[in-house]
Design a protein around this ligand. Structure first.
Ligand code: SAM
Ligand code: SF4
Length: 335
């Protein structure tokens, strides 16, 4: 192993999120336009290149790898990549291999994921109403996702549900979603809607439902205990004493938790974003492609990039307009 990755603010970088594709079989309204243009396939890192990139980060101290997208499970032969990464779990170099998925392909892939060493999966699900699900995902079908969740639990994967909090959309499902998760032994994390991608005609500010409000509503029905647990990301957790469930709140906008940020994100083309809320990135692909026989230039490029990690992001909903808006799509950087 080489020297660990430490950024200019003395934060050790131990968590890498990797987007393995920008494509998706859904078109969630807050994430993509319906007629998205995707990258030409040749722009994408090959599965072998993804393996080399991730293995280099692991050698440099990354202990947790989260695979995302787009929809990671629609990438052709993606199981080959997961199976490759399992060697780092076996050696102890990697503590956790995990993914964030829309669940559409889980019925098929739950068992192979478990076999590759994945133990926890985040499934994004904003509503339990079939019609609303079809509306928000445009192309998604709820029963398929529910079958995927069942298959994953049967395979032994621990599931956490991620729901984007959308005013006027799933406000009325706060308790039904919580109870549905509790019955299945699943934790639930609420995500504040972020000003990413094409705003188009959509009123992103009007969709903003504060998670302080979500928490306050939960506290009227449940005994809510704050948990000290920190994941190094912009999430805070509470426990609902009646159900034993952990409820998370991802609030990169209304609260800024950048000081403990331990993560960086790599796109499917090998661009490294040091912060989800900043445009600065380093293109690692030349260091990888121009030097097929040695990883030294890649290690150098990674270390140089980490040296540029900013202290925090620029998102701000506090005024009456969305500031710090990003033109990038979440499916590009990986959520
Ligand atoms: N396709 C997978 C999925 O949906 O889980 C992985 C990629 S998706 C970009 C990752 C997460 O980002 C999802 O939980 C999704 O709800 C969230 N997301 C996408 N656009 C968002 C936005 N504008 N604000 C907040 N969360 C967003
Ligand atoms: Fe696809 Fe996930 Fe974006 Fe929805 S949030 S369009 S499932 S990448």
């Amino acid at each position: 192993m080489t020297a660990p990755l430490i950024d200019p603010f003395q934060r050790a970088i131990t968590y890498l999120r990797v987007s393995v594709t920008d494509r998706c079989d859904f078109r969630c309204v807050y994430c993509m336009a319906e007629n998205m243009t995707f990258l030409p396939k040749k722009e994408l890192l090959t599965l072998e290149e993804l393996d080399r990139m991730c293995s280099t980060f692991i050698r440099m101290g990354v202990k947790k790898l989260r695979i995302t997208g787009g929809e990671p499970l629609v990438r052709r032969d993606i199981m080959t990549f997961f199976q490759g990464m399992s060697r780092h779990l076996d050696s102890g170099a990697l503590d956790e291999l995990t993914l964030t998925t829309n669940g559409s392909q889980l019925e098929r892939f739950a068992q192979p994921l478990f076999d590759a060493g994945v133990r926890r999966v985040n499934v994004s699900l904003d509503t339990l109403d079939e019609k609303k699900f079809a509306d928000v995902t445009r192309w998604g079908r709820l029963p398929q996702v529910l079958r995927g969740i069942d298959a994953a639990q049967k395979a032994g994967l621990r599931i956490k549900i991620n729901a984007v909090a959308l005013k006027g959309f799933n406000e009325d499902e706060l308790f039904s979603l919580t109870e549905w998760c509790a019955e299945r032994g699943m934790d639930l994390t609420w995500i504040e809607v972020m000003p990413m991608g094409d705003l188009g005609n959509e009123d992103r500010l009007g969709q903003y439902w504060s998670l302080d409000d979500v928490r306050a509503q939960l506290a009227q029905t449940y005994a809510v205990t704050d948990l000290a647990e920190r994941s190094g990301g912009p999430a805070r957790y509470v426990r609902l004493e009646e159900t034993g469930q952990k409820i998370g709140f991802i609030t990169p906008l209304s609260h800024n938790f950048c000081e403990s940020c331990n993560r960086v994100r790599m796109t499917c083309t090998g661009e490294l974003f040091m912060c989800l809320g900043q445009e600065d990135m380093a293109d690692l692909r030349p260091a990888l492609r121009d030097h097929p026989d040695t990883d030294a230039p890649l290690e150098h490029a990674i270390r140089k990039a980490i040296g540029l990690k900013p202290e925090g992001h620029d998102f701000d909903y506090s005024r009456d307009q969305v500031d710090g808006q990003m033109t990038r799509h979440m499916s590009h950087t990986g959520g």
